[in-house]
Write a protein that binds this ligand. Structure first.
Ligand SMILES: C[S@@+](CC[C@H](N)C(=O)[O-])C[C@H]1O[C@@H](n2cnc3c(N)ncnc32)[C@H](O)[C@@H]1O
Length: 352
């Protein structure tokens, strides 16, 4: 999934660095989970994982990838759907997605606010999604909620379907990386007919948990072997950059405003987007949580300097820094300047 700071491409390097520094354990806490890619990786490695993020779209991904620990059966809806489908698909998830992909289009909140047809009366119509794709997304999202309200889905099944939808929308959105703006011309990707695709589920033998709150509110209750921190590293807040995915995930008819139809995000502002409060809260985390190892992933271009981070963390134990080369996030690449396509990701390893 395209998400600022997604660590997917760095996971092997991070794991290797931790192995080399003898960092290991049984429990892993992903404090700023985002796409849940790090939590998923450590779940696969057999850790009992807990994850948290204040974005609800992230919570849906965490519930599907981290908390769910079995193949969904969709026992309450498959009998009806299978009749309608008259097909023998491989898995229950495939059968449900095939059904969702054939729904009649609906002009709902997403069509009315984020497609050109639905916003044609605005001074600048919103070009986030083609009319047909927005109507398909509405139809799918409404159907998932209908099943849920009739108690035909388990919680795990509900979040798996939402995660499939969230992951799929990005493949058809007319944006260059984030949802803070839409493209003024159609990207060919956005003109392809929308389909909801399956996600790859991950299972392990441990109990895993997810939270959808400000992670700092959990501090007093954290007791983990590895506490992994991957906070925002500059002034850009996440909520406005992913507002459309958040609204599709919540489907709560929010009040929206401005050219991009952004929803409010008062309760989703990160203290890590400001240098002073970032350092204060890094200190709070390091002092209040219980852990054997605190690992901070942080860009060399972040607003907290290496010196300041070290001086905060070293109050609590021994700190080592590993430098990893990291491809710069796509939407920032200055294509003419090849030197700038890589930045360093610093891995701060605090051992207590
Ligand atoms: C750099 S991203 C994490 C990326 C993630 N490691 C991945 O691989 O996808 C930072 C995340 O922290 C979340 N965040 C920032 N401040 C937070 C807070 N105080 N509580 C919970 N989540 C927060 C943001 O919503 C965002 O998803």
């Amino acid at each position: 999934m395209r998400f600022i700071g997604n660590k997917e491409s760095l996971l092997d390097k991070i794991y290797l660095a931790l192995e080399q520094k003898n960092v290991s354990g049984k429990t892993f806490f992903d404090f700023f989970s985002g796409t849940a890619s790090v939590a998923k990786f450590f779940k696969r490695k057999g850790y009992s994982v807990t994850s948290c993020d204040f974005l609800y779209l992230s919570y849906c991904l965490q519930r599907a990838y981290i908390v769910n620990n079995s193949e969904p059966k969709f026992a309450q809806i498959i009998p009806e759907i299978a009749k309608a489908e008259k097909v023998l698909l491989e898995s229950p998830l495939d059968i449900v997605l095939a059904y969702l992909n054939k729904l009649e289009p609906v002009s709902g909140f997403i069509y009315n606010n984020y497609s050109v047809g639905g916003t044609k009366d605005l001074k600048i119509p919103r070009m986030y999604l083609s009319d047909a794709n927005a109507q398909k997304i509405d139809a799918i999202r409404i159907q998932i909620e209908k099943w849920k309200s009739k108690n035909l889905l388990t919680d795990d099944e509900y979040y798996i379907l939402l995660a499939c939808l969230i992951e799929s929308v990005g493949l058809f959105a007319n944006i260059s990386g984030v949802y803070a703006a839409f493209n003024k011309k159609w990207d060919p990707r956005a003109l392809k007919p929308f389909i909801i695709k399956p996600i790859d589920l991950v299972f392990n033998k441990s109990k895993n948990m997810a939270f959808n709150v400000d992670s700092l509110t959990l501090l007093e209750n954290i007791n983990t072997d590895i506490l992994y921190l991957d906070p925002p590293y500059n002034a850009r807040q996440y909520a406005p950059n992913y507002h459309l995915l958040e609204t599709i995930a919540k489907y709560d008819n929010p009040v929206i405003h401005g050219i991009t139809g952004i929803r409010g995000y008062e309760h989703q502002k990160s203290s890590f987007c400001n240098k002073k409060t970032a350092l204060q809260d890094l200190d709070r985390i390091a002092s209040s949580a219980k852990y054997k190892y605190l690992i901070l992933s942080y860009s060399s271009e972040g607003i907290m300097s290496e010196k300041d981070i070290k001086s905060v963390l070293s109050k609590y134990g021994n700190v080592e820094v590993v430098r990893l080369k990291y491809p710069r996030y796509n939407s920032h690449i200055n294509k003419k300047n090849t030197k700038k396509q890589y930045v360093s990701e610093l891995l701060y390893i605090l051992k207590t």
